[in-house]
Design a protein around this ligand. Structure first.
Ligand SMILES: [Zn+2]
Length: 493
């Protein structure tokens, strides 16, 4: 890349050309971003990165909307594509006083919210400085620069020009969802759905002649967590969909198995569980039946609900042994922490806060039963970084069924990734980890997120090479495994 010449800081001197002063600073993506500042290590990181930068993207866990690819309609506007689906963005804006209504987030009571995407974009641009130094800034800069060809920084002054440039792109065929999917070199993309989802878009994709590979992931929280909104109604619907008597323990399990088969028939290779803790339980049949009855009738206590969720992880592990779906556990998020936001806007509105998570004691019942079964594969994620070296690396470095998912959510960040490798590699190695996944709703940020992960892993490996702890040819191989092969292998894709 040609060396960019940074524009002078805005408003620092008087008497400049008026037009020049109107320009926003140039948007520069530095070739060496995220690499070590030590010149020796940096040179190694560059070489390693050159071996992985253009590898296809494996995206085995995420939250993009399969409708985009099934319908392949143009994305409507820059705000709906880049701002509204991204809770990283609106949690930060909300924290500095921006009302969710003004960002167009729908209210549960159907009340008025901003509908003009250009106004939403301007508001975002006005607050863009809040994201300085955050991964969101890295991701958006990458998307604007690499996907949309934007060459000036987002400011209040440039907001309209950038909006127009992105809008213009979105109206052309090269920016349709399927075209972007191909341009991003995505080899496979997993979405996430409830067992109650008819998977209509996935069905349509399967029947289409488009070759892009998009698979669902089975996320049963709405039907296995008694504290989930409308749990009882969800269980009834599960019965209606499957033709099983889902209000009996046996019928309920059969219905869950039935939906797993359906997901698998559309390409699913994994399940995902967003439990509040990593608790697992191994209860007797009569205990299961009695807890289930209380859950369905809405009389279950919080402690019993926790036991029930734990039992359901055990049931899901048993089903995984039978049908081969990989089990992902994403515990430790206190969901919908802000009650007013939950009442006003519903779930997933950026009000989720991490909790300390115990894996060693909580996973014991499940590992006692299935921890040595080679047919089972469990991927553990955490929002509790203190657990990496104390619990997770030792667990994954011992039990054959366990691997570690990548640094997740708040730690899907340069510092989070560095810390993750530092705290897990020596005990669990690289090969008890599951590669990278982007876990995003923000489609244009997918290449950016994988690029950050690839750079950070190359930076980490470069240090090992520079310290003569690993030969460069081995590091080169590890870099490819972390960027590509491990995700494919561990997720059975
Ligand atoms: Zn997720």
């Amino acid at each position: 890349m040609a060396q960019s010449i940074p524009a002078p800081a805005q408003g620092s001197f008087g008497g400049r050309d008026r037009n020049f002063e109107k320009m926003s600073p140039e948007l520069v993506l530095h070739e060496d971003r995220l690499f070590p500042s030590d010149p020796g290590q940096r040179a190694i990181a560059r070489r390693l990165y050159n071996g992985v930068r253009n590898l296809p993207i494996i995206s085995p866990h995420g939250h993009t909307d399969p409708e985009w690819f099934a319908e392949n309609k143009a994305f409507s506007d820059p705000a709906t594509l880049l701002i509204t689906p991204d809770h990283y963005i609106y949690r930060m804006l909300y924290s500095r006083g921006v009302a969710l209504e003004s960002l167009g987030i729908p209210r549960t009571d159907g009340g008025e919210v901003e509908r003009d995407p250009r106004k939403i974009w301007r508001l975002f641009a006005q607050h863009w400085h809040l994201f300085r130094g955050t991964p969101t800034q890295l991701w958006l800069h990458h998307a604007l620069h690499e996907v949309f060809g934007v060459r000036e920084r987002l400011t209040s002054e440039s907001a309209d020009r950038i909006y127009d440039a992105v809008s213009h792109c979105l109206s052309s065929p090269e920016f349709l969802p399927r075209a972007l999917f191909e341009r991003f070199r995505i080899e496979v993309l997993a979405t996430t759905e409830s067992p109650l989802d008819p998977l209509a878009h996935h069905l349509k994709l399967r029947r289409s002649d488009w070759k892009g590979r998009i698979v669902p992931t089975y996320r049963p929280d709405p039907v296995v967590d008694p504290e989930y909104e409308d749990f009882s109604a969800n269980v009834r619907r599960l019965g209606a969909i499957t033709g099983e008597d889902s209000e009996t323990w046996t019928g309920y399990l059969k219905a869950l198995e039935d939906r797993r088969r359906f997901f698998k028939s559309l390409g699913a290779t994994a399940t995902d569980h967003g439990h509040v803790s990593a608790a697992t339980s191994d209860l007797s049949r009569s205990q299961c039946e009695s807890l289930f009855e209380k859950a369905v009738s809405g009389t279950i206590s919080p402690a019993e609900a926790e036991l029930f969720r734990g039992q359901m992880l055990m049931e899901m592990a048993r089903m995984s042994i039978e049908d081969g779906l990989v089990l992902q556990l994403h515990p430790g998020s206190f969901r919908n922490h802000n009650s007013a936001i939950f009442r006003g806007f519903g779930r997933d509105r950026g009000a989720d806060i991490p909790l300390p998570t115990d894996f060693v004691r909580n996973l014991k019942p499940l590992l006692d039963r299935y921890g040595n079964d080679s047919r089972l594969s469990i991927i553990l994620f955490t929002l509790d970084e203190s657990a990496y070296s104390r619990e997770l690396a030792p667990l994954a470095g011992h039990y054959p069924v366990l691997t570690l998912g990548p640094a997740w959510w708040f730690y899907d960040s340069p510092e989070g990734m560095r810390f993750y490798r530092e705290r897990t590699m020596e005990t669990a190695g690289f090969y008890n980890t599951a590669g990278f996944n982007d876990d995003t709703r923000a489609f244009p940020s997918i290449p950016a997120r994988h690029d950050v992960a690839r750079r950070m892993d190359c930076a980490f490996l470069a240090r090992l090479v520079a310290e003569h702890r690993l030969d460069e040819d081995e590091a080169r191989e590890v870099a490819v495994d972390l960027a590509y092969r491990l995700a494919k292998r561990i997720y059975r894709l």
